[in-house]
Write a protein of this length. Sequence first.
Length: 529
Amino acid sequence: MVRKILVCFCVVVVCLSGCAEPGPGEPEYTPLGFPIINGEPDLRLSHMAVVAVFNGMGMCSGTLIAPRVVLTAAHCADGIQSRNFLILFGSDISAALTRGVAEVTIHPQYDPQGEGDTSEGDLALLLLDGAAPPGVSPIPHLPTQLALSQNDCGSMVEFVGFGQDENGQTGVKLVASDSIDMVCLDSGGCSHGVFFAERYTFCQDQTPSGICFGDSGGPALIVRDSEEYVAGVSSYVFENCTQWGCSTMVDRFTGFIDDFIQGRPGAQCEEGADCRSGFCVDGVCCSDSCDGPCRSCSVPGSVGTCQPAPDGTPCPDGDKCNGDEICEGAVCQAGTPLVCEDNNVCTKDACYAASGCVFEQVADGTPCDNDDLCDGRESCQWGFCTDGEPPDCDDQNQCTIDSCDSVDGCVHQELEDGTACGDGLCGQMACQSGDCVLVESRSCDDSNPCTRDSCDEETGCVNEPWPDGMKCGECMVCQNNRCVDDPDCAASGGCSSGTADLPSGKGNGWLLIFLTLLSLVGVRSHRGK
């Protein structure tokens, strides 16, 4: 049997399968004499996840397959404590960023002394003691549903590692391509001529390139549906890297890998670095990033694994204006858009994605008239429309009906002429052409000849005294608003206290005047003699 050598401290990207022997006309597998061989420096950002693994004894390669988990070969970690590891990120180990290792686990079926069908699962998982350097994105491992099969013979894979090149140099990340030549799924392993491959490995013939020492643990990358996956982990080579290089098939050990990545599903966390998976979702360690608005890692009964969120779970899109979205049937359903209308003319209504409806007050004094003249001119105060001063429509006229019309304002309707408008101070009042006038006078005679009797509409009857000395009858004068004997009349002999009072009546006044004139004539006649 051709000598088999572990590619410790080498990158393996190979295929081994029970593919057919070379047919007629096909090229023979030719030793290249210390191939990886014919690779090129790998500076791609997408391959920053491929790392160098120092274990205190030598160098291997590996791949960051989760935010804190590196996948490598079991023979690179067997019997080595976590504190002895150093993981280097970069394209050259002379200028790399380093991380330590907090935990190491090796596949339980790996047997370092096994040979052929006595060992399988040359895989180990290393938990970084912190987050990977910024900008480094994991390369996912090939899942079971995309597993390799015999149909993949001839498929191209890329090998990446820091192992020895054709010139014997190590420490620089190289990439090379070759096709899968063998996929071994048999329980007892597979043979191809004098070569024997372990179960669940795939191999390539190292032509035109392949893996070598130091590439152990490195990835064999394959593309499925436009996405790159780690399909294999470089495990061993034959004849000092000149013939056949083989990789462990990752898809056959996804249970072992996923269990480690998930760590303690559901454990409380604050950030991804608290979880082996690197994913802290809903405050718990999650098996994956659980992307999507209606997926959750905190569903009761499944805490720590990504599940469809229960119906009714909020799934906000960050825009409050389009309503509150909720999950229904694991699909985020649109909410009802907000109607930002408060029916208040004293606010400006608007909607902002971050805060939702906002009602901003307009300036105080801004008119908010409701076109009703009867309640005054309204204006905005502190964001509210306040009433103005209602008009006073009382015209103080009893002969009008006072009212207010919302359009025309105060209205004064005249009462019908003759409508009583009250018992006035000077007599009965009635309306005439909208005015309250006197229609029946009241007598203000106080039977006192020493007063002048009249009526004032505002004050009523007025009995104004005549001046003292005013005649109020024959030989009678007014004195202190009383009609009394005239002393001057008695002195002249015209009257005496014994003389009877003049008869009353309308003729007494004329008689008094006649007698007065007669006495004057008599005097003049007497003086003329």
